[in-house]
Design a protein around this ligand. Structure first.
Ligand SMILES: [Mg+2]
Length: 231
């Protein structure tokens, strides 16, 4: 019999397919802003540049070199400029549209709903996610995950991001869970796995792409359905 009562589950890239939803949104923006008509040969050309530039900007953000607000607009402004479109106003509009539209997309990883439904019959389910409450709540609601979760905890609510111990302590307090009867499920070795380990919570690492690593999570799976064999 399992000792667990509370499952804490990450949202982005664990249940909610962040990259597919971003791709769908960017495709819509490419059409809405008529980027082909403005001279960009294809969506793939745009996407290849955008993805690389977005990654560069995220690295700079993580190193404290730029702000999130700058990143949000610059990834569009810089990408458009690369294709000869120097239009800051349009970049600003696209950035706002991206943030408004992408959380409404509903693509989950295979069997996400079936797995959380099944788990919800045996355990209390809670989400712990790094992100803004307004955005993350929309994702949970629109994708149909909401009915299976007792609690949704965002880094905005906790005031700090995973892997900071304070967000896990905040989550335990808010849900009345003890570390010993809890397990964290997530795709990020640092934020989810190390974060949970540091506060004495067991962990299941969701490694869809079978990435090589040197950490030692308690469990590791490469599909969501495999979680049902553990719990
Ligand atoms: Mg994640």
């Amino acid at each position: 019999m399992t000792k667990y009562k509370h499952l804490f589950i990450d949202l982005d890239r664990t249940l909610w397919d962040f990259d597919s939803n971003a791709l769908i949104t960017l495709g819509e923006l490419f059409d809405t802003y008529q980027l082909k008509e403005k001279g960009i040969a294809s969506f793939d050309c745009f996407l290849t540049y955008y993805k690389a530039y977005n990654q560069t900007l995220w690295d700079e953000y993580k190193n404290g070199k730029i702000t999130k607000a700058y990143l949000s607009v610059e990834r569009f402004y810089g990408s458009l400029k690369n294709f000869g479109i120097d239009n800051y106003e349009m970049a600003k509009q696209m950035a706002a549209a991206y943030i408004r539209i992408s959380p409404t997309k509903t693509k989950l990883f295979p069997q996400a709903l079936e797995v959380v439904e099944s788990l919800s019959k045996k355990y209390h389910l809670h989400i712990i996610t790094n992100g803004f409450s307004e955005v993350q709540f929309v994702k949970v609601k629109n994708s149909g995950l909401a009915p299976f979760f007792d609690t949704i905890i965002t880094s905005e609510m906790a005031g700090v991001q995973k892997p900071n111990a304070k967000i896990f302590q905040y989550s335990l307090e808010k849900t009345g869970a003890k570390p010993i009867e809890s397990i964290m499920i997530g795709d990020d070795l640092e934020a989810d796995i190390l974060g949970a380990k540091n506060v004495g919570i067991d962990q299941i690492y969701v490694n869809f792409e079978n990435k090589l690593h040197t950490e030692s999570p308690l469990h590791e799976v490469n599909t969501l359905a495999a979680i049902l064999e553990i719990l």
